[in-house]
Ligand binder design. Sequence first.
Ligand code: FE2
Ligand code: FE2
Length: 203
Amino acid sequence: MATKTENNKSSANKSGEDNNISPSNTNQQTASSSESKMEDSPLHKFFIDALKDILFAENAIVDALEKMQEAATTEELKDAFEDHQLQTKKHISRLEKVFKLLNKQPEKKECKAIVGIIKEGEDIIKSTEEGSMTRDVGLIIAAQKVEHYEIATYGGLVQLAITMGHEKAADLLEKTLLEEEDTDMLLTEIAETSININAEQED
Ligand SMILES: [Fe+2]
Ligand SMILES: [Fe+2]
């Protein structure tokens, strides 16, 4: 991960050297013209759209984690979902800060992927018995699909923010990325140390 970051930092510098601004311009003119050029670029628009997508997703995840917490059998899993719901609310406020840094409104754009992943989780709740360990096995897998979607998204957004020179936004997005990765690891640990084993004994 660290190596990738370094590579992208150097490629960001390279692209900065390659812009078409006349050397006779002052530094200030150079900064403002390259900023507005960047704002109009297809990549910048893509970046903002991707932020709107993950803002929608995080809001949907807060609601989904509420239902998953209620549906879970074990206290251990209920607690994990509750803790991650609190973290998810922090992810939303971090995203709002990122929008502010970029002078954009924190709008949401429907994320079809997360709608599908959450629907799958709801189907797992319907198709497993209340109070069973098998339900918790299913809920962990459903939750890990959510985390992996978020890890893929934040991983890409962090690298893109670095490339585009949005260092503060990159730092905020990376904090969230690390929390998603920790949650994914915690869920694996819960599954491997107790829930999967107990579910195997179930009739
Ligand atoms: Fe999140
Ligand atoms: Fe998450």
